[in-house]
Design a protein around this ligand. Structure first.
Ligand code: GLA
Length: 424
């Protein structure tokens, strides 16, 4: 019996999607939120889903400094396909909009030092009605590998959620068998949750690098708030599933319909929640202050923290929320933390929040070096008893990083009331 169990354990290890990818949440650019299913290349050549759009965005990811801060994937979403498969049952990219074909687009993206992602759907059709992979999953996985795809988002429209427990792992195995490492992004749990099925996260973690749990993001504060609430209200259920190689996916970063403050809030919370940073913005026209948010290296470092722990909401009262994420460095049993103060109130004045580090769960007697990640404010080294006070704009955020100090710096006694505030 134990031999059989051992063999089963070994075989499941071998067949699992063990691709060594997404050890931190993927970063890149994805077309859907901003460019949708615009196929009108005659009427709107600059914005239609076409090879030109992806080439242009790949160019800008490099030339505008996004690649330098970690954005890596150029991901095609829905509406890239011809409505029918080719004569050998193969997927064909739209001949007018992608005249050079997908391999050529992947080559272009790779030549820029970036990686290339593609979209498909587990069912009969994609959500926008193009051919899905059902019945051709092996051939399609091989085709993606031959195009040198690095990332596959597999949606779940036009399929049975009850089939997904078999179908998603099966496609993952086909991807694996090609020998080409491809990030595997699944929509498996969200479709099951909508169908009233409780997803098998043990299997999802084993087979997918990331997965959607909740609604599509729309470019509005209301949509963003609903996602923030979902992640907060369901955190005990969601957080344990995240870790290096397997992350929850709260969807794209967009900012066309968000205010400056709201965009800052999204970026900060996505970092706290260990989310993929997939920009869906027009990099040709993005305003400099929004670009600065997306390129904030300190916040990206929180998002990309190697522990891969997803943060949680630790306080919610009268429209004020505090979110916190354990990060490196660790000293003895004490983590460092990123802490975000979010103001969900709609009265137009900023709200003051005052709290001691200890109340935030930061207890190391050696103290923490605290800095603001948006503003150039360094609080110095603070003891757990120090009270910090932040002013949070309506629908805005203050995000701090508190690095636990190693013992050797704590030889001098820490004054609990010591509070250094230096604005450079
Ligand atoms: C679904 C997905 C979106 C997007 C669209 C494309 O709604 O959740 O992210 O891919 O399909 O049709």
């Amino acid at each position: 019996m134990s031999v059989i169990l051992l063999l089963l354990a070994l075989s499941s290890t071998v067949i699992a999607l063990d691709n060594g990818l997404a050890l931190t949440p993927p970063m890149g650019w994805l077309s859907w939120e901003r460019f949708r299913c615009n196929t009108d290349c005659e009427g709107d050549p600059e914005n239609c889903i076409s090879e030109n759009l992806f080439r242009t965005m790949a160019d800008l990811v490099v030339s505008e400094g996004y690649a330098a801060v970690g954005y890596e994937y150029i991901n095609v979403d829905d509406c890239w396909l011809e409505k029918n498969r080719g004569p050998r049952g193969e997927l064909v990219a739209d001949r007018k909009r992608f005249p050079s074909g997908m391999r050529a687009l992947a080559d272009y993206v790779h030549a820029k030092g970036l990686k290339f992602g593609i979209y498909e759907d587990y069912g009969n059709y994609t959500c926008a009605g193009y051919p899905g992979i059902l019945g051709s999953s092996r051939q399609d996985a091989e085709q993606f590998a031959s195009w040198e795809v690095d990332y596959v988002k597999l949606d779940g429209c036009y399929s049975l959620p009850t089939d997904m427990d078999v179908g998603y792992p099966e496609f993952g195995r086909h991807l694996n068998r090609t020998g080409r490492p491809m990030v595997y992004s699944c929509s498996w749990p969200v479709y099951q949750i909508y169908a009233g099925i409780s997803p098998n996260f043990t299997s999802i973690i084993e087979h997918c690098n990331l997965w959607r749990n909740f609604d599509d993001i729309q470019d509005s504060w209301a949509s963003l708030e609903s996602i923030i609430d979902y992640y907060g209200n369901n955190q005990d259920y969601i957080i344990p599933n995240a870790g290096p190689g397997h992350f929850n996916d709260a969807d794209m970063l967009g900012n066309f319909g968000l205010s400056y403050e709201q965009s800052k809030t999204q970026m900060a919370l996505w970092a706290i929640l260990a989310q993929p940073l997939l920009m869906s913005v027009d990099l040709r026209t993005i305003r400099p202050e929004y670009k600065a948010i997306l390129q904030n290296k300190k916040i990206i470092a929180v998002d990309q923290d190697p522990l891969g722990i997803q943060g949680r909401r630790i306080y919610k009262h009268k429209g004020i929320e505090i979110w916190s994420r354990p990060i490196t460095p660790i000293y003895q049993t004490y983590y460092s933390y990123a802490v975000a103060f979010v103001n969900r109130r709609t009265d137009g004045t900023p709200s003051d929040v005052a709290v001691t580090l200890r109340e935030l769960g930061l207890q190391s007697p050696t103290g923490y070096r605290v800095e603001d990640l948006y503003e150039d404010v360094d609080y110095g080294v603070l003891s757990p008893n120090t009270k910090i006070k932040v002013k949070v704009n309506p629908s805005g955020v203050v995000i701090l990083r508190a690095d636990v100090q190693p013992e050797r710096f704590s030889k001098r006694p820490l004054n609990p009331f010591y509070y250094r505030y230096t604005k450079k």
